[in-house]
Write a protein of this length. Structure first.
Length: 244
């Protein structure tokens, strides 16, 4: 962790996770004056409570951490993005204002650039997540009925398919995670916020469930990453508050 960079935001360009460039966590592109002379170009990102540093190069690697960290799914996703956007990230490292840097987003295919087969896979995932939503809320109603005084929370983790080349038995293979709000549920609502782009073969806007929207728009995954989702783990917890 580079303390100078963390304490001096002027040396950093901060981003939340972005579905556009496929980084599912908060990250910062450092400017070289934040580091000792001769330091390698660096991108910083959050991995849980840790701040990790990865070099910006054709062969990115961690400047801190061990082999286990480089085996994590998060590192693999970030490494891919750093390779694709190396030139743009280096502009920021060399002092450019991030708002003035034109990221070449063509390096990440958009929904309408996916093949017909890939779009069908994405639509199947949307239907699958619709069923997951329905199941979550059915269980929520029952749990709430049994424990009306409890406060419910829901965590969802999306795992990599075991057939994926980057799946590893040394990692948890979590490709994305989210906290799911279960207070309201409307299966008739569509969360397609780009109906002019996300359409079926007949040109009709797709009806997207909330979980699918969250996955493609708020977790930082690129469209191609959604095709890699395998198992989905759901944890519903009941919390009680007591005063003594």
């Amino acid at each position: 962790m580079n303390i100078i960079a963390v304490k001096n935001p002027k040396y950093l360009s901060h981003y939340c996770h972005s579905s556009i460039i496929g980084i599912p966590t908060e990250f910062w592109v450092a400017k070289k004056e934040a580091f000792p002379e001769g330091a390698k170009p660096t991108l910083l990102y959050k991995d849980g409570n840790m701040l990790m540093e990865i070099t910006i190069s054709d062969n990115p690697g961690l400047k801190n951490g061990g082999a286990g960290d480089e085996n994590s799914m998060l590192f693999k996703l970030i490494r891919r993005t750093v390779i694709r956007l190396k030139d743009e990230l280096l502009q920021v490292w060399n002092g450019a204002d991030a708002d003035d840097v034109l990221f070449n987003l063509d390096k990440f295919p958009s929904y309408w650039e996916m093949t017909d087969e890939q779009q069908e896979e994405l639509q199947s995932l949307n239907k699958r997540l619709f069923d997951v939503e329905k199941s979550i809320h059915q269980r929520y109603r029952q749990i709430h009925k049994d424990h009306p005084a409890g406060e419910l929370s829901c965590e969802i983790e999306f795992l990599l398919k075991e057939a994926d080349p980057e799946w590893s038995d040394k990692d948890d293979n979590i490709i994305a995670s989210m906290d799911h709000s279960i207070d309201e549920y409307n299966p008739n609502a569509s969360w397609n916020d780009a109906p002019h782009l996300i359409r079926d073969k007949d040109g009709k806007p797709l009806h997207l469930c909330w979980l699918f929207h969250e996955l493609y728009d708020h977790t930082g995954l690129a469209w191609e990453d959604l095709l890699r989702v395998g198992k989905i783990w759901v944890k519903i917890k009941v919390n009680f508050d007591y005063d003594f």
